[in-house]
Design a protein around this ligand. Sequence first.
Ligand SMILES: Nc1nc2c(ncn2[C@@H]2O[C@H](COP(=O)(O)OP(=O)(O)OP(=O)(O)O)[C@@H](O)[C@H]2O)c(=O)[nH]1
Ligand SMILES: [Mg+2]
Length: 868
Amino acid sequence: MEKPQEDRTKAEHLITECIKKRAPTLSLTGLGLRALPESLRALNWLETLEIGQNNITHLPEWIGELTQLRFLGIREDGLQAFPASIIRLERLDTLLIIGVLPSLAQEELGRLSSLKRLALVGSKLTEVPSWIRGLRNLETLVLFSNRITTLPDWIGELQNLETLDLKNNHLTTIPLSLLESYSLNILRLEKNQALSIPVEILKTGNSRRILSYYFRTSIPGTSKPLNEFKLILVGRGGVGKTTLVHRLITDRYKEFKRTPGIKITQWETRIGDDAVRAHIWDFGGQEIMHGTHRFFMTERALYLVLISGREDTVDRDAEYWLSMVRSFAGDVPIIVLLHKWSDYHFELNRKLLREKYGQNLVFAETDSSTGHGIDALREHLRELATSLPGLRAAWPSAWRFVKEELPQKKKSWMTFDDFLAFCVDWGIADSKDQESLAESLHDLGLMLSYRADETLRDFGVLNPQWVTKGIYEMLNSPVLRDANGRFTIHAFEQVLPAKTYPKELHRFLLALMRKFRLCHPLDEKGEKYLIPELLTKEEPNLDAQFQPDKCLGFIYRYDSVLPEGLLPRFIVETYVHREPKHAWRTGVVLERANCRALVRGDVQGRAITVRVDGIGNGRREMLGIIREHFERIHKSYEKLPVTEYVPIPGFPDAVVKHELLLKYERTERAKIAVEIGDELRDFSVKELLDGVDLPGAPRAKLIDVGKLRLPDYDQILGRDSLPVFISYARKDWRFLDQLRAALVPYERKGELEVQADELVAPGQTWEDEILTRLSWARIVILLLSNDFIRSSYCMEQELPRVMERRDAGECEVVPVVIRPCRYDKLELGKIQAIQPDDKPISAHKNKDSAWLEVTKQLDRVIAPQKRR
Ligand SMILES: Nc1nc2c(ncn2[C@@H]2O[C@H](COP(=O)(O)OP(=O)(O)OP(=O)(O)O)[C@@H](O)[C@H]2O)c(=O)[nH]1
Ligand SMILES: [Mg+2]
């Protein structure tokens, strides 16, 4: 890594600032320091200190004087020793070290008896350091990305250990003593190939489940490798996917009609000595179908991206599909095919694509009509399949029976109860096993089930084609198209044949469409729905109403693609607040108080423009809400390069990067020069920023944790804002949205960081992710209703944890009664609930003022939490 130039002045500046504000946190990262500045010594109130990417070899003895430190993060490759005085940091509860550990005086760390969280990441450890045994209070131990092969027996002795993260190591066995650790709750063992535990089980992070699976199957003879994998083909309509599948399997060329929905074919092949089965998923490439593809883009799969056609469109085509796969399936292996090669010779910018979408892209030229490159493709597939974690996962024999027998049922769907009964018939009686098996089947595409979802959990789909066909028929139906995408539940009766899609499943299908964000309810009762993809393409002419010089503006520009589905998702989210008068396929006009906003996307130009018209602070607030929505949506994509611009008022063609303005502000420059036509003109940085950020919002974060940040471990890094978690029943999502809108000003000000399970990004394990978030929240808001009380997830999973943490003084619980219910009969009835005017939110005519009242009461909870 390139070392930055030493910047002592910046370091001194940061320290002086810290002294001035008596700030509890300080980050000295990327400054190229050779030693910690002596002036730091005075900061004896400091609670959080980060040191990273400098050239520091020794920490000074006086570091022991910073006795208020609770969090210490270090990322210094050249550090040689810890000073003995480190043991004086008696309050230190979190220590994060990224990179190689100093060899000298490491053992001293074992005397940091108050440590609760320890992370040694990417430290080239081959075993668990023995000094950790002395850390009796340890709750979280993170050792990911090391080279550990075995765990010591004493690991089970750490009495308080709740989370053990050993992702990406070289573990070959797990000691039995781990079973005896009663406190252990979360266990992360992904990417330890030799353990042969199926990913479906690993990704739960549930230690009981993982250990019981491991110890049950590690006894020889009861299970053997699965040897099956999923192969997914994507590419636009007519590119040759179906023909290619036929060629792969039969070695013949045949013409096909365009594929409606999804076609699944089994391909029996061999890898080395093993017979291996591929489940090939061939998606229909028509544009209207793209929206549902993502939900089948699972992690445990290989991807073929087919590209063909004229030189001028292929690069963009490749980008479109690659970004889609990367956003929804993550870092999976992908083969990019330059297809119909015998007809079209074309180049792709391979270097650029690799830079953007990962080095693990394989490129190949193929043609189904001549058979060109097909053998080579088969070889690539075999090679990459071997690298899939699931291919060799050990499956108990009973699981295999179920897997083989289920398709024999020749049913399109079954109730989950029937599935469970079926499992019991085959000797799988343990409910955890049954659930794990269901997940594995889901991943292979043999039975789709969405157990985490209240409205979907009761059915399993045996035939994905049945479900997509039903949904595609809805999407393609003239009835819905004529109604501009609006429909009610009765439309299912009109569009779908009753025999294959009986009425009892209509609600289920509707819930699936909602889950896939293909449609969205338009009213409180959930009777009317909208499919944004069916909105008119025609954009109303609103230029006169939103003149740039009279509006606050903001622009998003996307480097490679404006992902399909991003705009519809935004449009649909805004319906929750109020149905817009104008909405079209790529844009919407929103109204709020005395303000109106035009949000307009340009898919070809890869940009979204926002203009807010109105008076006073309301404009900024409205822009704030809109930006919040976009930021949230952007975050849900794994890699989405997007740049934010601020338009210069009065000069319709001039813009300046938002990030650049922030840099100017941080370095206290008042003016920025912007190119206007041929000349440079100065503008006030503050005025430009005030236009787009709420007053008082911390634009530049106090501590710059960006450099030390690891995607998974945000949580152990210090943060300024209070993490808030909202627990709610799925049915009450509308109230959730209202509450979120009411909390936007807090978020923009950096006071709160609001999380609710709807934010779980695609690909993350839902349950696991939520529980982790829950365990970091300092305020938990419960949206109470009969559905909440009825929801087993809320009541049995979330609530007990919340109450436990509350009783331990770790978080504050704020129940809000959203619909009438007898929560007072429950244990949580002992906590004072918020009910503006003694009425549940649903009974309030004016929801905005009801939520305003809620936030006022919330302020009283926030204040003491902040002081903690
Ligand atoms: N020259 C040439 N033509 C091909 C090749 N593969 C397919 N075609 C032609 O392209 C047409 C479309 O191929 P399909 O395999 O149906 O395309 P698809 O990608 O499955 O299309 P959708 O199902 O609509 O998404 C075929 O009918 C053939 O005429 C090929 O390798 N070379
Ligand atoms: Mg096809």
